[in-house]
Write a protein that binds this ligand. Structure first.
Ligand code: 13P
Length: 256
């Protein structure tokens, strides 16, 4: 069970092993372990071991990888498998991030196979969904997001879906400085929530749904307070230790 809110840092292709170690050393003193929050780092694969070592004394910090291959092993130069991620100490895997879908051409069918592979190895998939600006302007937000959600989860048992995490990341808000308003986010999160409850029953209400897209220390608290927003998935603002610590403490009253 994940404590909410879930605060997840996706470093994308930033921070090599030395920079990642320096980041963690700067961040940890700024962030006290809190039972009621879950903090997850998604470093680049090559920096994973460095972050794992630097967080060894802090079991409250969880780790994940940004992508895995659909296959177990083999001649796939440059790729990482779910089994290798588990062996390295990962607990989570991002699946279907919009950059995987739109820059690297990952299909919905591949996202489904990756989710299944991730679960096979006892890891938790963080399935990312979200519409492009063109799709939003054509009024297709709901249908795009629901299609990505249903297909992405289609190879999982209901039990595995109940353990998963969903991230709603509108493509037009990623890295653009253009954040969805808390109302915009809540509207789509409610659609996702309803679909999850239809899929797995009442327990679908406890599956964390994260918002991602230009989250900053200035807007994190308002987004986290929005209906059905159970956490945030943060790119750019998670690359600075003080900013990331501020987001991890968003909504906590000073002195608590
Ligand atoms: P930004 O926070 O840089 O907009 O990136 C969001 C994201 O894609 C996280 O996965």
């Amino acid at each position: 069970m994940h404590q909410r809110p879930v605060l997840a840092a996706n470093w994308k292709m930033n921070l090599g092993p030395s920079a990642a170690t320096a980041f963690v050393r700067a961040f940890l003193p700024l962030h006290a372990a809190r039972d009621e929050r879950t903090v997850i780092f998604f470093p680049p694969a090559i920096s994973f071991a460095a972050v794992h070592a630097a967080t060894r004394a802090r079991p409250d910090i969880r780790l994940g990888v940004q992508n895995v291959h659909t296959d177990e092993k083999g001649a796939f130069t440059g790729e990482t498998s779910a089994g290798m991620a588990a062996d390295a100490g990962a607990s989570y895997v991002l699946v279907g991030h919009s950059e995987r879908r739109h820059v690297f051409g990952e299909t919905e069918a591949e996202s489904a196979r990756k989710c299944a592979r991730v679960v096979e190895h006892g890891l938790i998939p963080v399935l990312c969904v979200g519409e492009t600006i063109e799709q939003r302007e054509r009024g297709e937000t709901e249908s795009v997001v629901l299609h990505q959600l249903r297909t992405g989860l289609s190879a999982l048992t209901h039990e595995a879906v109940r353990e998963a995490i969903i991230a709603y990341e509108p493509v037009w808000a990623i890295g653009t400085g253009r954040t969805a308003t808390p109302d915009d986010a809540a509207a789509v999160h409610r659609v996702i929530r309803a679909a999850l409850v239809r899929l797995v029953g009442e327990s679908g209400a406890t599956i964390p749904i994260l918002y991602g897209g230009s989250v900053t220390p200035a807007n994190a608290a308002a987004l986290l307070a929005a209906d059905q927003v159970d956490g945030v998935l943060v790119g750019g603002a998670s690359l600075d230790a003080a900013n990331w610590a501020a987001i991890c403490a968003a909504g906590i009253e000073p002195g608590n």
